[in-house]
Design a protein. Structure first.
Length: 382
């Protein structure tokens, strides 16, 4: 139906119970036959009382009961994993994101020590992120974990590389190779855990899926390994994953982590990725994260991060002239990353972030703000 189409009169037996200027019959019902119709999008976040409409329909009109709870999701998943895996050994690649972490915790609950997690640290994560993952899994959950310190390996492969797609390709390939090497050391492994979500399942049914995946799924499935997949999140959406993660006790900062690209900081450093440039970006980004959280805005933003461009500009410090990098602040609101709007961050926050970055991060003498929306820009700079 185009947006100009509208119902002008209710059919036989129906009564119009809601209208707008454009739609005389925006809501209608036939109580006797228990039929209800609406002409709006209750599932969209911006629809006021949209969830209430859906709840009334399901629990009132259809007599459904809300048995799909976090606890039942966990119990069902654990039972299904046990059934699938039996006594066999399972491996799981951890990225630090909420999906792979939650998948790993569910499998651990189901099979205990038969699960080993592999965390490939490519050195392109944000400040303290690797430590958080290791601390949560090793000290808190006691999940067998192999921490692969591959920072040098990735840096040397990236030496001299400036093309964004080339960076992605190198990181993706190196990631899989490293993962495979470690996985081969673990004997008798039969299963591999994947954090596939229901939205991924829907997406792979579409025409562009292959292209989207190759671009976005760094750290994806090792291609030539003879392993069966365990996908405990296959039937649930991201918000349910977060609820499950919280119920399983994953720390808040991991449950609510903003999306972070597989190639990590490498695609936020324009030009060559070096240890020194990584350090500059990491320190600046840490300040931004800290201040955004302090301002209570972290969860409202789809993503907030810093970008390090490949230019330098003139500044002054004390009596001397500086020639150093700028840092660009990128913060967006979005529902699904397909479109995004630049976030209207408060001036006070921007001021604090700018002052702190320039004062605390050697090598930076200027801070700029990206005020572009997607489309036509993208969220990331590379
Ligand atoms: P763009 O920049 O295309 O980003 O607007 C859309 C979303 O995808 C993320 N992104 C990536 N994620 N590997 C990933 O795992 C990638 O190569 C990659 N590139 C972009 C980006 O952070 C945003 O959430």
């Amino acid at each position: 139906m185009s947006h100009r189409d509208s119902v002008t009169a209710p059919p036989e037996g129906f009564e119009a119970t809601g209208s707008t200027a454009a739609s005389p019959v925006a809501v209608m019902e036939d109580r006797r036959r228990r039929l209800f119709g609406i002409q709006c999008h209750p599932e969209v976040v911006h629809t006021p009382f949209g969830t209430d409409i859906l709840k009334n329909f399901l629990f009132g009109a259809c007599d459904c009961s809300p048995t799909w709870t976090v606890v039942s999701i966990i119990e069902d998943a654990v039972a299904a994993i046990r059934e699938q895996v039996g006594d066999h050994k399972v491996i799981c690649g951890l990225s630090g994101g909420v999906d792979s972490s939650t998948a790993a915790l569910l499998v651990h609950r189901a099979v205990g020590e038969n699960l080993t997690c592999i965390f490939v640290d490519h050195g392109l994560l944000r400040m303290n992120e690797a430590e958080q993952v290791i601390d949560a899994f090793t000290n808190h959950f006691h999940v067998p974990l192999v921490h692969v310190e591959a920072q040098e390996r990735f840096l040397s492969k990236l030496e001299g590389v400036t093309d964004p797609e080339q960076k992605r390709k190198i990181i993706g390939e190196e990631f899989i190779r490293t993962f495979e090497e470690e996985a081969r050391r673990l004997e008798n492994t039969r299963f591999l855990v994947q954090g596939t979500l229901y939205s991924d399942v829907i997406e792979s049914g579409t025409r562009d899926a292959a292209r989207i995946k190759s671009h976005h799924n760094v750290g994806g499935l090792p291609v030539d390994m003879d392993l069966e997949l365990v996908e405990p999140l296959r039937n649930i959406f991201k918000d349910e994953v977060r609820n499950v993660a919280a119920e399983l006790g994953l720390p808040d900062n991991m449950v609510w982590r903003q999306p972070f690209p597989g190639p990590g900081l490498a695609i936020r450093i324009i030009g060559e990725v070096t240890g020194e440039r990584l350090e500059i970006l990491r320190r600046a980004d840490f300040i931004l994260q800290e201040e955004v959280r302090r301002a209570g805005l972290y969860r409202e933003l789809w993503q907030s991060f810093c970008v390090l461009p490949a230019i330098r500009s003139v500044g002054v410090m004390g009596d001397s002239r500086t020639y150093a990098y700028p840092i660009i602040i990128r913060a967006v609101t979005s529902e699904d990353a397909m479109t995004a709007d630049w976030a209207r961050l408060p001036y006070e926050l921007l001021e604090t972030v700018s002052n702190r970055i320039i004062n605390e991060v050697p090598g930076v003498n200027r801070v700029a703000l990206d005020i572009s929306s997607k489309p036509p820009s993208t969220i990331e700079w590379e």
